[in-house]
Design a protein around this ligand. Structure first.
Ligand SMILES: Cc1cc2nc3c(=O)[nH]c(=O)nc-3n(C[C@H](O)[C@H](O)[C@H](O)COP(=O)(O)O)c2cc1C
Length: 128
């Protein structure tokens, strides 16, 4: 069993991807919590922080929702570079760049309440 990395109440983790989920930006809190330097993240697929306990279905829903509604929000268990796990509540939105007409996605994450973590862990266990 790996150890949990507990987010601070004011941690605010931001990352931005292209339409294939490759990271094009990450803020300082994202780097601090994940344990990766910015140079290790840029250009990498976002599954670099994927935790094996996350059901495939959750990410299928994430991508379907982004394609259909342009947004998704939900709970994600991620893995740090050192192998610890951390839970986030993520809100993803679409950015349409006016000049280039290019689409990117941005995810903003906060610390979830322990009660929320307990119930979503159980739900995800049933989704495997
Ligand atoms: C803006 C954005 C943020 C994402 N953030 C995460 C994340 O924090 N953790 C994660 O495991 N997947 C995240 N994903 C989903 C990944 O792109 C990927 O679908 C997921 O890790 C599953 O990996 P797989 O498709 O290789 O199975 C994000 C996707 C987008 C578009």
């Amino acid at each position: 069993m790996s150890r949990q990395y507990l987010l601070k109440d004011n941690d605010f983790l931001v990352s931005q991807t292209d339409t294939r989920g490759n990271i094009i930006f990450a803020n300082d809190d994202f780097c601090k919590v994940s344990g990766y330097g910015l140079h290790e993240l840029i250009g990498k697929p976002h599954n670099i922080v994927r935790h094996e306990d996350m059901p495939k279905k959750a990410f299928q829903e994430l991508w379907e929702s982004l394609k259909k509604q342009g947004t998704w929000s939900g709970y994600v268990k991620n893995k740090t570079k050192e192998g610890q796990y951390y839970w986030v509540y993520a809100m993803i939105s679409t950015i349409k760049h006016a000049k280039t007409n290019e689409t990117t996605y941005i995810s903003c994450r906060r610390k979830p309440h322990p009660d929320e973590i307990r119930s979503v862990s159980e739900l995800y266990r049933t989704m495997h």
